[in-house]
Ligand binder design. Structure first.
Ligand SMILES: Nc1ncnc2c1ncn2[C@@H]1O[C@H](COP(=O)(O)OP(=O)(O)OP(=O)(O)O)[C@@H](O)[C@H]1O
Ligand SMILES: [Mg+2]
Length: 179
């Protein structure tokens, strides 16, 4: 089921990413859709940390795909600069989507038909200077399960509701139990 949350600081967004990274499985695909500066790269940086990747994750600005080795490889794709879907198809993105790593795509709306049908779509919106909303829209059973797992993990944080009430800044998501 789809749900949304609001974060009130870059750190909170990072933590949501980190929680997602801890839950990710080989072959997972996350599509991060939203305007410039909404936090797609920041969420990816948290996700990389959750995956156990130690190298710094930067924006793949001129290179379209960055690859980070770790317990699970992260493929970080940014389609902002591609001209057309055909170019995305030429990039051979399927190798990343259907590989053993975790694939995060910024600007998937630049090449919608090149995206795999099953994925976790995350729609980001700029709400205020430090506020961003994240709408998690799973497509397919794997991503329904992932979104549900994330929703529960966020719900367990003190003061946080999946509907988007104010969380406690700086509170780490629970680390015991799952993972
Ligand atoms: N709640 C928040 N969540 C995420 N980022 C925030 C938040 N509040 C402020 N920011 C700031 O917004 C910016 C987000 O930058 P980021 O590079 O992650 O965006 P992006 O969506 O990847 O942009 P682009 O489309 O250019 O790649 C950072 O400067 C960050 O500090
Ligand atoms: Mg970015």
């Amino acid at each position: 089921m789809a749900f949304s949350i609001v974060t009130h600081s870059p750190d909170e967004t990072f933590q949501i990413g980190q929680a997602l990274g801890r839950m990710a499985k080989p072959g997972d695909v996350l599509l991060l859709q939203g305007p410039l500066g909404t936090g797609k790269t920041l969420l990816t940086q948290g996700l990389a940390k959750g995956l156990g990747i130690t190298a710094p994750v930067t924006s793949p600005t001129f290179i379209i795909v960055n690859q980070y080795p770790g317990p699970l490889v992260l493929y970080h794709v940014d389609l902002y600069r591609i001209e057309a879907t055909a170019e995305a198809i030429d990039l051979g993105l399927d190798d990343y989507f259907f590989g053993d790593g975790v694939c995060v795509v910024e600007w998937p709306e630049r090449a919608p038909s090149a995206m795999p049908p099953e994925h976790l779509l995350v729609v980001l919106e700029h709400i205020g200077e430090h506020e961003r909303s994240f709408s998690f829209q799973p497509k397919g059973s794997r991503y329904q399960a992932l979104a549900e797992q994330l929703r529960k993990a966020i719900d367990l944080r003190p003061g946080q509701k999946a509907g988007g009430s104010r969380p406690h800044p700086g509170t780490d998501p629970p680390s015991g139990g799952s993972a």
